[in-house]
Design a protein around this ligand. Structure first.
Ligand SMILES: C[S@@+](CC[C@H](N)C(=O)[O-])C[C@H]1O[C@@H](n2cnc3c(N)ncnc32)[C@H](O)[C@@H]1O
Length: 255
């Protein structure tokens, strides 16, 4: 949705055609990235004994991750500002408590207001959010996280990846309109951008992984799926060229 200034208001982006989001995230490349992330999360959740812990899946959207997360934690809360997205999420989950609220709002839903969690997750959120929203959300995440709790999130078009470099070039040459691309398609984010936002917070990055060193997009994979997955899994597990990966999975901790 375009705001009066012509920029995109990400809070309201998912209040219309939510089935489109489902089909976008079911594309071959996003599914491949999802499984690479899942491999890392599987070991991480085991390491922290997540089955005894509480988690908030912030910006849970249609529950793409929530349905997996609720199986790994003792207590799961899904938070999103879009009723339409939450209605899809509710169909996928069996015991998650969903809260419809804008986490940055002053009158945040009273069910969430005083709650703190051992872990907070946020997938496919930071890259597309406008800078002011990224900052406001970071501030609230930290408020809802227990001391030494983990914040696990991803950045899905890393500025320093091959695909990110394409996106930056399109933006620089102002080709979005000619190529009929949405502004968000060419918006990128880097680890350095996140570090800058975290400077004013009590969150510190403790580790990160990369997914997607070779270029691909949507349903166009550069190699057959099985081969690409094998190669990319090797890069992800060994943290090879992670700073140049399409997707970054970041683990931060509250001081
Ligand atoms: C791209 S979707 C990601 C959904 C899901 N995490 C996934 O990976 O598929 C981003 C979600 O952020 C939600 N969102 C944006 N701003 C928000 C805010 N201030 N408070 C709560 N949810 C917000 C949107 O409604 C949308 O569902």
């Amino acid at each position: 949705m375009e705001s009066m200034e012509g920029s995109i208001d990400y809070r309201n982006e998912f209040k219309r055609d939510v089935t489109k989001y489902e089909s976008v995230t079911k594309s071959k490349y996003i599914t491949l990235i999802y499984h690479l992330e899942k491999g890392v999360l599987e070991s991480f959740f085991e390491k922290i004994n997540s089955e005894n812990k509480s988690v908030m899946d912030f910006a849970c959207g249609s529950g793409r991750w929530t349905e997996y997360i609720e199986k790994k934690f003792k207590e799961t809360v899904g938070v999103d500002v879009s009723e339409e997205m939450l209605s899809l999420a509710k169909k996928k989950c069996t015991h998650t408590r969903f809260i419809l609220t804008d986490i940055t709002s002053n009158d945040v839903n009273e069910q969430l207001e005083h709650e703190t969690f051992d872990v907070i997750t946020a997938f496919r959120f930071y890259k597309n959010a406008e800078q002011s929203l990224r900052e406001a959300v970071t501030n609230k995440i930290s408020m809802h996280l227990k001391k030494e709790g983990y914040f696990v999130f991803d950045l899905h078009l890393n500025s320093n990846s091959i695909m990110g470099t394409f996106a930056k070039t399109i933006r620089f040459l102002r080709l979005q309109k000619i190529l009929k691309l949405n502004k968000l398609t060419v918006r990128t984010i880097s680890l350095a951008d996140i570090k800058k936002i975290f400077e004013d917070s009590d969150l510190v990055i403790v580790d990160y992984y990369g997914m997607g060193v070779l270029p691909s997009r949507s349903n166009q994979l550069i190699l057959p799926h099985k081969i690409l997955f094998m190669i990319e899994s090797y890069f992800t597990k060994n943290k090879l060229l992670r700073e140049y990966s399409y997707n970054l999975l970041i683990i931060a901790r509250k001081k």
